[in-house]
Design a protein around this ligand. Structure first.
Ligand SMILES: Nc1nc2c(ncn2[C@@H]2O[C@H](COP(=O)(O)OP(=O)(O)OP(=O)(O)O)[C@@H](O)[C@H]2O)c(=O)[nH]1
Ligand SMILES: [Mg+2]
Length: 155
């Protein structure tokens, strides 16, 4: 572990938002170097004190959008998680404006299963929704995950 100084920036708090099966929980497991195992997220879960994992339903059901905004109040950064293999998106245009200026980062998942075209399409969905920086990742191969962790100071 690197030498800690009192000036060192604290870990950033992130919230992961995306439809069911987008790969939010699996990405958290990869970030934490845990064994990848599937379970359906049933409720908001705080992992390692700084990662807020949400169930896909929070994005899919319009009536839950308010809950997303409230739950994100504790987060420094919004992670919008988009499956590269999905032929559509649940993120409406300008989705990010709901979070009143908080940084919104776009994460494309399942790059290991997707073509270049699919990855580009997923990035475009995220841009349309208002994401700033974009990261292309695979929780299975680990591609793109270290860069994400380092750039955003997640660990
Ligand atoms: N090949 C591949 N499969 C992935 C990747 N990420 C997630 N998966 C698979 O996709 C499925 C859903 O992943 P989850 O991480 O549980 O999805 P989620 O977004 O947490 O879904 P909810 O909890 O329902 O909101 C699982 O079977 C994962 O193994 C990836 O990068 N590559
Ligand atoms: Mg989950």
């Amino acid at each position: 572990m690197s030498t800690q100084t009192k000036h060192e920036e604290r870990k950033k708090r992130i919230i992961l938002i995306g439809r069911s099966t987008a790969g939010k929980t699996t990405l958290c497991q990869r970030i934490n170097n845990e064994e990848l195992r599937y379970y359906k997220t049933q409720t908001v879960q705080v992992i390692n004190q700084n990662m807020i994992d949400t169930p896909g339903e929070y994005l899919e059901r319009r009536g839950f959008r308010g809950a997303l905004v409230v739950t994100s109040a504790d987060a420094d950064i919004i992670l919008m998680v988009q499956d590269a293999t999905e032929g559509g998106t649940m993120f409406p245009p300008l989705f990010c404006s709901m979070f009143s200026g908080k940084p919104c980062v776009g994460i494309v998942t399942k790059a290991d299963l997707a073509s270049e075209e699919q990855i580009e399409r997923a990035k475009q969905y995220l841009k349309d929704a208002g994401a700033g920086e974009l990261y292309v990742t695979s929780a299975v191969t680990g591609d793109g995950v270290n860069k994400l962790v380092e750039d955003l100071h997640i660990l």
